[in-house]
Design a protein around this ligand. Structure first.
Ligand SMILES: *[C@@H]1O[C@H](CO)[C@@H](O)[C@H](O)[C@H]1NC(C)=O
Ligand SMILES: *[C@@H]1O[C@H](CO)[C@@H](O)[C@H](O)[C@H]1NC(C)=O
Length: 360
């Protein structure tokens, strides 16, 4: 097998700048019958074919290849200490419903310079794990893809459908997710991209779900998200940060050109103590088009309870910046005590509890 692959590598290298090796899962036990478990074949092809043949730092010189066809992924796969190769998915990968399935389906751990790309798709069948929207029935249902302690990795052009839990988690530095879509049920615990680490970048992606779209987790220093479309979703949040004694360190984050479509409704924030917060209480709706207020996002029923501390002397304590066509409705504040700020600035919003906010 290795000899044959080497010959293939030589043959293919004629058309390419460097050696090109394809480790096809069909040669390592996979069957495109949507029934045989793809997991062991991925591990075998990686161990026996990919690892021994990685000789350069060009990730797409060595492919762990899932060809066209329908494959069932019934077990977790962990690529630990992975470096300089490409998981190239052309086919469709399905998750079964299996109440005992947990963890993460595809994990890259301690990895460096991994490319995960399509044009294939992964179908999570998440709806089967939460019949009737019940998130408590299978609380340990599996997540889809995780890059754990990984640097210089890229995920692109693979479409992810309805993970039982979160879709893509990336922890590490200098990683990029781009030009791909996540499409899931409009329900909680379906996060699109959860990012932490330094200098990660997400661009040109679209996320439809009922939870985080592209989200920054702690610790983060340097993160950019650009040209993101969030359909339904809970938006591009920072957090959540867990218990009060968790150390939070998030710095230098930029979101550019985000389109949010759908509704944000019935949100409550309780008990924040702020220290020199840049924008202590801030709701902003993004516009599509040339400054035209399309009123695409309806925000309503948001409550802030017991928010105390200090803001920034050059910025308002409360800044609400909403659509003219669909103003922010019923934004309520109780027990707000923020000092060192400018006067509140309210555009197209109504509610009660702070000065300058008209009643609905
Ligand atoms: C493959 O199997 C999954 C899980 O049982 C199922 O949801 C999916 O529809 C199947 N795909 C095809 C193309 O039959
Ligand atoms: C708002 O959300 C809370 C928490 O999930 C829920 O208990 C409450 O019923 C919701 N209110 C409305 C009006 O939907």
């Amino acid at each position: 097998m290795l000899a044959a692959l080497s010959l293939l590598a030589v043959a293919l290298s004629i058309g390419r700048a460097a050696a090109f090796i394809e480790c096809n899962v069909l040669d390592y036990g996979a069957v495109a019958d949507n029934s045989t478990d793809l997991g062991p074949a991925l591990t075998k092809a990686w161990t026996e074919c990919v690892i021994p043949q990685v000789t350069t730092t060009v990730a797409d010189n060595v492919l762990l290849f899932v060809p066209s066809g329908n494959f069932l992924l019934k077990s977790n796969v962990v690529f630990d200490d992975a470096a300089n190769w490409n998981l190239h998915i052309t086919g469709n990968i399905y998750l079964p419903f299996d109440a005992s399935l947990t963890g993460t389906m595809l994990t890259f751990e301690n990895c460096e310079n991994i490319l995960l790309n399509g044009p294939g798709a992964i179908f999570g069948n998440g709806y089967r794990y939460r019949p009737g929207g019940d998130l408590t029935l299978n609380p340990n249902r599996p997540r889809l893809i995780r890059f754990q302690n990984c640097n210089n990795c890229e995920i692109t052009q693979v479409t992810l459908f309805d993970a039982p839990m979160f879709h893509v988690t990336i922890i590490g530095n200098n990683n990029v997710a781009h030009d791909m879509a996540i499409i899931a049920s409009h329900i909680g615990e379906t996060d699109g991209f959860d990012m932490s680490g330094n200098n990660n970048y997400v661009h040109d992606v679209s996320v439809e779900n009922g939870d985080e779209c592209v989200t920054v987790k702690t610790p983060t220093n340097g993160f950019v998200a650009e040209r993101i479309t969030c359909k339904f979703t809970a938006g591009c949040n920072i957090g959540s940060f867990g218990d009060a004694d968790t150390t939070v360190d998030v710095q230098n984050v930029v979101y550019n050109d985000i389109t949010q479509v759908g509704i944000v409704k019935n949100i409550t924030y309780n008990g924040f103590t702020m220290s020199a917060a840049a924008y202590p209480l801030y709701i902003s709706v993004f516009w599509a088009g040339n400054g035209v207020d399309t009123g695409k996002l309806q925000i309503s029923d948001v409550t802030f309870n017991t928010i105390v501390g200090t803001g920034t002397p050059t910025r308002p304590a409360v800044l609400l910046d909403c659509n003219k066509a669909t103003p922010c409705q019923n934004i309520n504040f109780n027990g707000i005590s923020l000092t060192d700020t400018l006067a509140n600035q309210i555009t197209n919003a109504c509610g009660k509890g702070v000065s300058g906010l008209p009643a609905c």
